[in-house]
Design a protein around this ligand. Structure first.
Ligand code: ATP
Ligand code: MG
Ligand code: MG
Length: 551
């Protein structure tokens, strides 16, 4: 599907190639390793890798690791795993902005020597006062006219750890009256006495995003540096650094609108809060909009790619209906997931005229359209159906259910007729007694009394017990983080329901972790990536058969 990628950036690339500006395009996906990737990142990945693929170029995976305080190796690892799982391959080795720290430092010295950068001693508060407001020019820092020698010496001493955090910064000398705030002598380096996951304790000064990103792109020969709209104001500064440094290449920045989804949040900071506050079980909780969460929920990589490639790449931020994401997975699983039967709320049915101990192995296709082979379904005297498929009394409303004196078809098997039921002390039906209508596998009853409904079932003597986790949307509010209230107040209290003691057809216990199924009449389910095994099967509900939120 990436071959069809068509959007305004694709147009720019096409024009650049036609004009001979580039012979090969190079893009990059540049996550900061300060959290797990979410669905918004999947969009950025699709755009960057998709454009590279479409135009026969390459895409780099580069960790934008310039701020050690929130970054961790765990995130570096999970990000690589997620990109690979989505089905994309980056060019060569993984890259790190921190690989270029020596080069950045040399370039910082270069700007100081050229009189285009200086060490500034203003405190953060003072600096922000000097910076002024959008409509009011700022004032020059009293340190702005420091000599080149003095700034070079102070910068070296900052690097050597002689000053405390916050005592000094290196700033570019641009224009304190610029209408673009990011051009008012922006910070290039700040002191952070922190170990870095890649460079250890080698550095105690770290470059700011703006003094790193364009240079990273230039070093890697990126032709089209694609980011989201919030960086539009930074483009002028991105270009200023490239104009004023002896960089080997000249990349260009293009911005597109972030992907936002309703009923969820796509901000690593907020997702981390859900993890830290234990609202969810981890970054990969199946309710999380992270790639690893969606994966564990049963979303396939193909469904996420289909979703992202189906979205417009626009010049403004928009909100996409989460039903569109759900549609993508439902559609993919409908076409590809094998069928199986699972009874979530079991009710025993005893077929009283069927011999005890006898078993008949019936055949059923694994998929109605695709050739996914056949499965064997053991049929026996005792079976389970869902409680919801039996009613004590017949009424028109229940004509598709099993009721005394009426018939039902057991999916892929016989027609049966109920003739009584038993109750416990709590007045609950605990057993239905029925009789078999002979010769009805795949054909209608000979007496012409056809059943109105079809129900799923599992043999009580061959089926296996499983735990099934039913998930719903994590937030019950359409825009959980766009209102007055704290987004955590909109967490849906019903977002997880765990059902123990479900009965599943025997083959399902040998399902591989992450294998997806349609449980007939119930929805799409996946064997849990971590918790499922043949001794204790665990399935997660991915999505229902239909959109139940739609009205
Ligand atoms: P967050 O706000 O969640 O921390 P971020 O933009 O800070 O996101 P990065 O790790 O810097 O996260 O993102 C890597 C790339 O993914 C960037 O180019 C960024 O623009 C892009 N990206 C992040 N979120 C989205 C989104 N919702 N839609 C499209 N692209 C996104
Ligand atoms: Mg970022
Ligand atoms: Mg961020």
């Amino acid at each position: 599907n990436q071959s069809k990628v068509s959007n305004f950036i694709a147009q720019i690339i096409e024009d650049d190639l036609k004009a001979g500006k580039h012979t090969k395009i190079v893009t990059r996906f540049p996550p900061e390793p300060n959290g797990y990737l979410h669905i918004g990142h999947a969009m950025s990945i699709s755009v960057n890798f998709g454009l590279a693929e479409r135009f026969g170029g390459v895409c780099n995976l580069r960790f934008d690791d310039t701020n050690p305080s929130k970054e961790e190796q765990e995130y570096v690892d999970s990000i690589q795993e997620d990109v690979k799982w989505l089905g994309f391959s980056w060019d060569g080795e993984v890259r790190y902005a921190s690989d270029y720290f020596d080069q950045f430092y040399a370039w910082a010295q270069h700007l100081v020597r050229e009189g285009k950068a200086y060490v500034c001693d203003l405190s953060a508060e003072e600096a922000s006062e000097y910076r002024g407001w959008a409509k009011e020019p700022g004032k020059n820092s009293p340190y702005r006219d420091r000599s080149v020698e003095e700034s070079l010496d102070l910068l070296e001493r900052m690097k050597n750890g002689e000053f405390d955090e916050g005592a000094k910064v290196l700033r570019a000398k641009i224009d304190m009256a610029s209408p673009n705030m990011s051009m008012r002598d922006p910070i290039m380096y700040r002191i952070r006495k922190q170990s870095h996951h890649q460079t250890g304790d080698k550095w105690c000064i770290y470059p700011n995003y703006d003094f790193a990103h364009g240079q990273e792109d230039a070093i890697e020969g990126i032709t089209h540096s694609i980011c989201t709209l919030e960086f539009a104001n930074n483009r002028e500064l991105y270009d200023w650094f490239l104009d004023n440094l002896p960089v080997p290449n000249r990349p260009h920045q293009y911005e597109f609108g972030r992907l936002n989804l309703n009923y969820t949040v796509t901000s690593k900071r907020k997702l981390k809060q859900l993890v830290d506050d234990k609202v969810v079980s981890g970054w990969d909780d199946p309710r999380m909009p992270t790639i690893s969460g969606l994966r564990r929920r049963g979303f396939t990589a193909q469904s996420l790619r289909n979703f992202c490639f189906g979205l417009p790449v626009s010049k403004s931020d928009g909100v996409v209906d989460i039903a569109q994401l759900e549609f993508a997975v439902r559609d993919d699983l409908n076409h590809n997931a094998p069928r199986a039967m699972a009874v979530l709320n079991p009710l025993k049915v005893v077929i009283t005229d069927y011999p005890e101990g006898e078993v008949e192995w019936l055949k059923a296709p694994a998929h109605p359209e695709q050739d996914l082979g056949e499965r064997s379904l053991p049929f026996s005297r005792e079976i389970y159906i869902d409680q919801a498929d039996f009613k004590e009394e017949y009424s028109k409303k229940f004509k598709k259910k099993l009721t005394p004196g009426k018939r039902i078809r057991l999916r892929n098997a016989y027609v049966i007729e109920a003739d009584g039921f038993e109750k416990n002390e709590a007045d609950e039906v605990v057993q239905v007694n029925a009789r078999l209508i002979p010769n009805t596998v795949g054909t209608d009853p000979e007496d012409g009394v056809n059943p109105k409904g079809v129900v799923h079932w599992v043999s009580a003597s061959h089926g296996k017990q499983a735990t099934i986790r039913i998930y719903d949307r994590l937030f019950s509010h359409e825009a959980p983080d766009r209102g007055e209230e704290d987004f955590l107040s909109h967490v849906n209290p019903e977002s997880l329901k765990i059902i123990e003691g479900c009965w599943v057809e025997p083959d399902l216990v040998s399902a591989a972790p992450e294998q997806c199924f349609q449980f007939e009449r119930e929805g799409y389910f996946v064997a849990d990536r971590y918790d499922h095994n043949s001794e204790a099967p665990v399935f997660n509900k991915t999505i229902g058969l239909r959109d139940t939120w739609a009205n």
